[in-house]
Write a protein that binds this ligand. Sequence first.
Ligand code: AMP
Length: 216
Amino acid sequence: MITVFLGPPGSGKGTQAKRLSSIRNWPQLSTGDMLRQAISDGSELGKRANEFISVGALVPDDVVIGLIRERIKADDCRQGFILDGFPRTLKQAEELDQMLSRQGRRISAAALFEIEDAELVRRLSGRRTCSGCGAMFHVESLRPRVDGVCDQCGGKLIQRADDNETVIRKRLEVYSNQTLPLVQFYRAQNKLFPVDARRSPEIVLGDLTQQLKAFA
Ligand code: AMP
């Protein structure tokens, strides 16, 4: 089963993709994680991507489409996968449909994570991410047991460079302008279902798994 997670930054797509990935055998394909990896490797791709990421803009379509095109060929994607943060433009969505159809596959469902902007800003500006395993914490609502240290792997918690208020506002604007049209794209294909993302991660996960059954 191939599922797209659609929603603004901070709506919990990454958290839910990790959880769902660990209970089903579907890898989480996050273009954001792939790009951050390229940045920390210091590759040419990473340097190019960082110019866009650091200001909250989208990385050009050809770059992310290339990453996904390669990634979905891997063996672990055979049973299905979760697309977390891709596609983000109509062009990406159309290219994705085409590359899947060449493999005789298609997207099963698109989950739309819904939540208001004020809560997103609160979540993102207080978010801390583990530099080791990617686990997420929050300075107020999900504090680690030891300050600055990941509960799960002992890694160092960092604040993502793009999780500051100016860049967050820009990312939200980019989401409205460039990614929201995908809601209509997947609705027209009868694949879209809404998820109330204001609730606790446990409740959201239960709802997601329940709703996904209708598309299996
Ligand atoms: P994320 O971790 O999904 O919030 O992504 C962080 C940043 O990476 C975004 O603000 C974009 O600059 C870039 N990015 C991630 N995925 C995409 C995508 N599908 N298309 C374009 N840019 C992306």
